[in-house]
Design a protein around this ligand. Structure first.
Ligand code: FAD
Ligand code: 2HG
Ligand code: ZN
Length: 470
């Protein structure tokens, strides 16, 4: 690898050991789904905000663009470099410090590279709850969660990552540091910069630290697994759960039979309950501020009424934390089971909850006509109107050939139906490069024009994650 003046300058800033070249960059340049391989000029691993700022300045001077990366678990191919070998990949993973915990303000301020699971643990040890929870929590970073405005399994009660954030520190495209970590719940001093950077997928600035909300720990958490005959019944169960549990409802996940069949086939030891006899299963979680027996009474009343009204055919309430954890593990294993089955086509969409049954019925039918035998793997955060409407090659079919031949046509069917039903083509994963070319067809021209203007104002030389989102 040629030692360019830029690489020498980066080595001076972060130290030679933290500028990776050639083969050492391999684990940073392929996306989580192993669909796309990029190539980086180098991977630079700064250890502080000041180093990030200097890195951005020297890259800007050299006219070299930067791809920020956290845990590289993103699902829309936004965190890896293009294949030109001309971009600097900036990994935040060395920035792991907890800067402050303010118990009275109920906030924690951390570096962007802190892994989500570690953040949950540190907040737990401080006596609070950090509710963001998702399958990739063992490796994704809070910076990446903010950059994608990640959702996960507790949104029905606590909101998306945006709702959990009270402050950011950001390195701008020209290397300045914007410090907005005060942790204020109210601040109407002009445009909301924090919310502009959240969800911008590394295209407007590099998030180096964040102040996140901490919540009271619930006195008890209970999990139930139910067999549900139809999606209409699942939607009705959601409405009933809101009535019975009110703000104690913290999770509501739906899984279709095909999704659970894949988990059962790849991980039989997980012993998926009820899936063989039920088209859908729903996982519910209640977090109660009083006691476990109070939560259990609420849950039992809910399920009794749901069974009387034939929304639920069968149900179990986890007896203990281990059983609850095992049920959640089944739900979190669907993405891995799909990956183990072979490359596939994903659609992370949102719709008004009331439109989901009709959307699924007509889209299932259209796709079965397009690709006979197609496997429709539907699951997701029904409580948020967010479905992972995924597809897999027909049983025994060639997965790669299926994706190559049908990905475009399947996407058109799904996204046109999303548009007709008033939904969004990206609920929680973002746009990245995977959906970039779709965006102009599904976002209003005015909204797109404003987005282009914001990008041009904040990153006039297009140096931050170019070609992503827009
Ligand atoms: P990366 O993948 O490294 O980056 C994602 C994007 O953010 C890229 O565009 C990158 O350039 C940018 N970025 C990263 N760090 C920074 C930074 N510090 N400053 C500026 N830009 C930055 N997502 C959900 O929303 N809900 C889920 O339930 C969910 N479950 C998942 C389950 C599995 C098994 C997997 C593999 C992924 C899942 N995801 C989910 C997607 C993904 O984990 C999340 O989007 C996560 O927030 C990405 O974090 P990361 O640190 O890995 O970011
Ligand atoms: C989840 O909810 C993630 O498990 C991943 O958002 C979804 O694999 C997917 O499509
Ligand atoms: Zn999800």
């Amino acid at each position: 690898m040629m030692q360019t003046p830029l690489i020498a300058a980066l080595q001076r800033i972060v130290g030679e050991a933290h500028v990776l070249l050639g083969d050492a960059t391999a684990q940073y340049v392929t996306d989580w789904r192993q669909r796309t391989h990029g190539q980086a000029l180098c991977v630079v691993r700064p250890g502080s905000t000041e180093e990030v700022s200097q890195v951005v300045k020297v890259c800007a001077q050299a006219g070299v663009s930067i791809v920020p990366q956290g845990g590289n678990t993103g699902l829309v191919e936004g965190s890896i470099p293009q294949d030109t070998g001309q971009q600097v990949l900036l990994s935040l993973r060395r920035m792991q410090a907890v800067r402050a915990i303010d118990a009275h303000n109920m906030t924690i301020t951390v570096d962007a590279g802190v892994v989500l699971q570690s953040l949950q643990k540190q907040v737990d040890e401080a006596g609070f709850l950090f509710p963001l929870s998702l399958g990739a929590e063992g490796s994704c970073t809070i910076g990446g969660n903010l950059a994608t405005n990640a959702g996960g399994t507790q949104v029905v009660r606590y909101g998306n990552t945006r709702d959990l954030c009270l402050g950011l520190e950001v390195v701008t495209a020209d290397g300045q540091v914007w410090e907005g970590l005060q942790g204020l719940r109210k601040d109407n001093t002009g445009y909301d910069l924090r919310n502009l950077f959240i969800g911008s997928e590394g295209t407007l600035g590099i998030i180096t630290a964040a102040t996140m909300r901490m919540y009271p720990k619930p006195a008890a958490q209970l999990t139930a697994w139910t067999a549900v005959p139809t999606l209409e019944a699942a939607s009705a169960l959601l409405a009933l759960a809101h009535q019975h549990l009110a703000s104690a409802l913290t999770g509501f996940e739906v899984m279709n039979q095909q999704a659970l069949a894949l988990v059962d086939s790849h991980y039989p030891h997980l012993r998926v309950p009820m899936w063989q006899d039920s088209p859908f299963c729903v996982l519910l979680e209640a977090s109660d501020s009083e006691s476990e027996s109070h939560a259990r009474t609420l849950f039992e009343r809910l399920l009794e009424e749901a069974m009387e009204q034939e929304m639920v055919a069968d149900a179990i309430i986890a007896e203990n934390l281990k059983q609850a954890h095992d049920l959640w593990h089944i739900r979190e294993s669907i993405t891995l089971a799909q990956a183990a089955e072979g490359v596939n086509v994903k659609h992370d969409i949102s719709l008004p909850v009331s439109r989901i049954p009709a959307f699924v019925e007509e889209t299932d039918e259209a796709l079965r006509a397009l690709v006979p035998g197609i496997r429709l793997v539907n699951f997701g955060h029904l409580g948020d109107g967010n479905l992972h409407y995924n597809t897999q090659a027909p049983e025994g079919g060639d997965a790669a050939a299926f994706v190559a031949q049908f990905e475009g046509a399947i996407g058109d069917v799904v996204y046109q139906a999303v548009l007709r039903h008033g939904g969004s083509i990206s609920a929680e994963h973002g746009i990245g490069t995977l959906k970039r070319d779709k965006l102009p067809h599904y976002k209003s021209p005015v909204a797109l024009q404003l987005m282009h203007r914001i990008k041009a104002a904040l990153d006039p030389d297009n140096l931050l994650n170019p070609g992503r989102v827009l």
